[in-house]
Write a new protein. Structure first.
Length: 262
């Protein structure tokens, strides 16, 4: 098992493995032969960045049995998905800021994220499982009042693709069994979501396999596996924390104005 992180220090970016309070620096390509340089730096001396910058950021809807039952939704046989803008991605501690023109509800949705490690196209579930590099935390932030603002067209991309609406991190964990994990979300320290990933309708390998039939997935792409019950609106000044044991805690304050993604 390893925890891969990206960081900024003295105007430069790097990546490596997080080991307690230090980062073991690596060189090369994270997904193709990263090698340790022998340097270790203190975690406290760097700013953690999103652990990956995906070219494709996919989110699933209605992929947990408890949430489907609560909303009286049918159980899907294929992924019900949307695309989030890659420019929505921010890392740990970066503020979530809705557009200044938007004064409606903004909700958090804590999720397990899959990070793809190699190119896949039209693959079976075994090949799909082998293509998953690791797991991360995702907060699929949504401007809820934009989603159905136009009754003729559900605006998934607009509601979920605003700058800063895609927190990812703090790390990518390799070697974890997704089915043993739980997603916990705390708002100002109070737990609001706490659900097992084993309740997933479509498991990770099947998600990747089915998506790959329709689009090529590349190393670094991210798939958010959907959320369960407990997603609620945030207010300015609140702090939202998505925690998955073995990966860490993705912590972001909720602001009031739009800003550039980190």
């Amino acid at each position: 098992m390893a925890l891969w992180v990206r960081y900024a220090r003295d105007g430069a970016e790097g990546f490596g493995t997080l080991e307690e309070e230090s980062i073991r620096v690596h060189a090369g390509d994270l997904f193709a032969g990263a090698t340790p340089t022998g340097e270790a730096i203190a975690r406290a001396d760097v700013t953690l960045l999103p652990p990956v910058r995906p070219s494709l950021f996919i989110g699933l809807w209605n992929n947990y049995r408890e949430a489907a039952a609560k909303q009286n939704l049918a159980i899907p046989e294929t992924p019900l998905y949307f695309l989030k803008s890659p420019r929505s991605v921010i890392g740990p501690e970066a503020p979530i800021r809705p557009p200044p023109s938007y004064a409606g509800r903004v909700i958090y949705e804590g999720e397990l994220g899959l990070v793809i490690g190699r190119r896949v196209h039209d693959v079976d579930e075994d090949a799909a499982a082998a293509a998953i590099f690791g797991l991360t935390c995702v907060n699929d932030v949504t401007a809820l009042d934009l989603l159905n603002a136009d009754p003729s067209f559900a605006q998934w991309a607009r509601a979920k693709g605003c700058d800063s609406f895609g927190p990812i991190g703090p790390a990518i964990a390799t070697g974890l069994d997704w089915s043993t994990l739980s997603v916990q979300v705390a708002l100002n320290g109070r737990v609001r979501q706490n659900y097992p990933c084993s309740d997933m309708i479509l498991p990770p390998a099947r998600i990747v396999s089915l998506l790959s039939r329709e689009m090529t997935l590349e190393a670094g792409d991210v798939i958010a596996c959907g959320t369960s019950v407990g997603a609620l609106p945030m207010r300015a000044g609140m702090v939202v924390e998505v925690t998955i044991a073995g990966i860490g805690t993705l912590r972001n304050p909720f602001g009031a104005e739009s800003g550039a993604a980190g």
